[in-house]
Ligand binder design. Sequence first.
Ligand code: DSN
Length: 415
Amino acid sequence: MKHLSKQDKQIYQAVKNELRRQQNGLVMIPSENFTSLAVLEAMASVLNNKYAEGYPGKRYYSGNQHVDEVETLAINRAKKLFRTEYANVQPHSGTSANLAVYFALLKPGDKILSLNLTHGGHLSHGSKASLVSQFYKIAHYNVDPITNLLDYDLLRQTALNEKPRLIISGFSSYPRKINFKFINDVAKEVSAYHLADISHIAGLIIAGEHPNAISQADVITTTTHKTLRGPRGAVIMAKKELAPQIDKAVFPGIQGGPLEHIIAAKAVCFAQAITYKFIRDQKQTIKNAQALAQTFINNGLTLITGGTDTHLILIDLRPLKISGKEAADILASCNIYANFNVIPFDEQPANNPSGLRIGTPALTTQGMKESEMKIIGQAICDLLKNPNNTDFKIKAKGLVAELVSKFPIYNKLKY
Ligand code: DSN
């Protein structure tokens, strides 16, 4: 970063500080990961400079021959990776991707059926706080109040009653496998489209560690920076008959010039995600989450649904009598990063809810395995059960320092 360090010391310093924070802590927010240096280089490339509104071969600016090559590679790699007929790699984020799907498939006033936000859904799936709820009617399905597992029968009954035009599956804080086939069958029964938002579990699906949504949904959206370990962005995939309307909804519908430097980085990520190493890491991510969950259970913590099949765990903190925000703050003060999260039927507000969401993708990218998860899990339990105990804090900080020196990340980045 020799140019940035000379020309803008303040931004350079903040970036450097952020690198140090990532290197010196345990990143356990389940939606975060460490992308590769190749992805970072593609993102920081001159592709940033090019306007390329339109699609490969059909741009509204000249000089796009190399950009076309980049975007075509990204599209073809996405199609190969996810075994899908069509991919649009331009959405800037998961929310943009979902919005484009709504605009492509629905008319204003049509009804969307999705999982309640507080039960593990996502803002862009029609929460009251999202503009989506101003354009479309929204109905929700829920998890079971006792088991906190998806209530598939209730989902079907709600779909039969509400007659939605679109059913959304795929969640942000649901730790169990999703039965995409069941939801797809319900969608067909009520003549609705089925959108599977696999943002959290895309990497697990590629590795064959989670039921595949690809043949069980009309449209798939995913972000590219979570388990997929790529640049911050998203992609939409579908059967090819939906391609014209989805392309039109992305551009010119909701976006202007595509971020071709990010699209190049997505292409790099898709090529990496087909490798043995990536698949092995996804399998390890789940083993790590399960080892962590078991350590929490052995320490008497209450886990939503009693455990995990995926990369994430949702802890119900109510028995410990601390809030999610307090828990996240205590961990962060020891350089461990997890995020506060609502739990099903939470009576507390989203900015200080009763849950803590924690996951293993980033630690697995660093090379950590079950034995490290047990030690980290024990340290987390000690902190959450004894929030005012200074000895546990000192011990946890020491453990983090030891682990990050044994499993370094980005040590080739010379900032
Ligand atoms: N913010 C993402 C997550 O953390 O799950 C979802 O958009």
